[in-house]
Write a protein that binds this ligand. Structure first.
Ligand code: SF4
Ligand code: SF4
Length: 376
């Protein structure tokens, strides 16, 4: 099949945050210095070529895009200051926007005021929806006198269904594109063993951040003087596992007990530890983005601020609720904090396919396909 070239892609990429890649003269230094390129992988240089030639399909079906953890080493050492690391990050935003089928992500990623408006409107809708589950609250009664309960409830359910379908569609689109690009399409019994080995290798990376640690060397840099618990790979690990732990704890709470009792219940202990871990990681990530000590933290996009800000707020409000339960504080303020916490948590989940959060699924999928090409 003929490859479609889109010269206007380079211009479009600027709206996703990539500015300097036109300066590239294809020397290959970035690929040589990247600690994560293995075998016949050729990133980030190949991604720059794809971008300059406007090869949209090559970009969207590229697993290499997700192999990069944006350590910034390639950008620091590029002789043309073409910032290949930032291009990789912008291409990931571009891919997230194009896997998601509704077009909403494309609109909001390219337009900050729209992003803020969309997030706020969704927060209001989710807040009202939440009140339909808590009709005994005084604010609920006040709202339902003005807007019918059914309208709010059905709108909320509609939003969940719509966003759930688009999230699955996004993941399915990505898998289809990455599968189509595979070179070694083996047949027979051996393929199940290979698939299992690839899956295990992917889980190992998710559990240990082995590759991120390899990337996270910073030999002559700000982070070289920092202990492991202040380094980017550990921050990433803390946020990810803190969030997963909280999801598990909330699900257990929902299934087995009323969350408003007994802080020593095992699911609550898990929630507290996971919350501390997530809050630690999110606080440090925000701190570095404000301090901007190295190149990778110098151009934080709105999508990054919103994602980290939500994570942080979800952690802080969650702890306030825990303290309020422990100390028996039942005030209007506690109800407001509960609303904020639940709305933010729901937004984090519901905006999965529309935000930076999508990488939490896309990266493991890409890792799996990358492992399939490698494992025996
Ligand atoms: S981005 Fe920089 S280091 Fe990479 S190939 Fe282009 S000029 Fe060379
Ligand atoms: S930012 Fe780091 S991991 Fe990503 S391509 Fe550049 S050197 Fe490799």
């Amino acid at each position: 099949m003929a490859t479609k070239v889109r010269p206007e892609l380079a211009k479009e990429l600027k709206r996703y945050g990539a500015d300097d890649f036109n300066a590239c003269y294809n020397c290959g230094n970035c690929t040589a210095v990247c600690n994560l390129t293995e075998g016949n992988e050729n990133f980030p240089r190949m991604m720059i070529r794809y971008t300059l030639l406007g090869l949209k399909e090559e970009i969207l079906s590229s697993r290499e895009l997700w192999m990069c953890y944006y350590c910034g080493e390639c950008s620091e050492t590029c002789p043309r200051e073409a910032d290949p690391g930032e291009l990789m990050a912008a291409l990931r935003r571009y891919a997230i926007a194009h896997y998601e089928p509704s077009g909403i992500t494309r609109l909001i990623f390219r337009n900050n005021p729209l992003y803020i408006l969309f997030t706020l409107l969704l927060a209001v809708l989710l807040g009202f929806f939440l009140l339909t589950l808590k009709p005994e609250m005084s604010v609920s009664r006040w709202i339902f006198e003005r807007i019918p309960y059914e309208v709010i409830h059905n709108l909320g359910l509609g939003a969940f269904v719509f966003m759930g379908i688009t999230a699955f569609w996004g993941v399915f689109t990505m898998i289809r594109k990455l599968r189509g690009k595979r070179v070694n399409q083996e047949q027979g019994k051996g393929r199940f063993t290979k698939a299992w080995n690839a899956f295990r290798a992917m889980l190992r990376e998710v559990a240990t951040m082995e590759r991120y640690r390899k990337c996270d060397t910073y030999e002559d840099e700000y982070f070289a003087r920092k202990p492991w618990y202040l380094r980017p790979w550990w921050i990433h690990w803390s946020v990810m596992w803190g969030f997963i732990g909280l999801l598990v704890a909330t699900t257990l709470d929902f299934l087995f007990k009323d969350p408003a009792t007994m802080v020593w219940w095992p699911s609550r202990v898990l929630g507290t530890l996971a919350g501390l871990l997530m809050l630690y990681g999110a606080t440090l990530a925000l701190f570095y983005r404000i301090l901007r000590p190295v190149k990778t933290y110098q151009s934080t996009k709105l999508a990054d601020w919103v994602f980290l800000g939500f994570i942080w707020l979800a952690g802080i409000t969650g702890f306030w609720m825990e303290i309020a339960v422990f100390a028996g504080i039942e005030t209007d303020f506690s109800q407001i904090v509960f609303l904020i916490h639940t709305v933010i948590s729901m937004e984090l989940v519901i905006l999965f396919a529309y935000s930076k959060f999508a990488h939490a699924f896309y990266r493991p999928v890409a890792l799996y396909f990358s492992n399939l090409e490698r494992v025996n």
